[in-house]
Design a binder for this molecule. Sequence first.
Ligand code: ZN
Length: 171
Amino acid sequence: MSILPIYEFPNQILRQKAKKVKRIDRYIERLIGDMIDTMTNAGGVGLAANQVGILRRVIVIRLSETEDAMVFINPEIIHREGERLVEEGCLSVPGYKGMIKRSIWVKAKGIDETWRVVRLRADGLLAQALEHEIDHLNGVLFLDHLKEHEQLIKLGAEDENELIGAAAGHA
Ligand code: ZN
């Protein structure tokens, strides 16, 4: 397996909708393996195929190093409940984080790497990761959920995190 380059904002591939996967062939198997390696190498919690330049509906999630990576093909959120404010970042928007609203819990379904249908109810980080990665497949970034640009924070080397909106002089 190999580590793939991660496309970064504002690359237009991040704004495109990924296409459904019709079956698992060697290409998709390879893509899944490469995506898991790429996510692990980057220290990310999740990765969507758009982020490695492939417009297919595949996401991988690994909540911690001690857990196995989860694979979801053609994933969908079928129900969302509640709202909570979370801190979020993205491997395609390096150096920034933002405070956005995500659901308290979600029901999702998808297909796993053995082409079995998976349905799950998720909360916490898993719910957030599912919403974030499925957004990617629809060309949506966490930046789109920021209510105002002041909620985007640049990660500084020191603890003096700089507010982008303020720095740019935006009202
Ligand atoms: Zn992301």
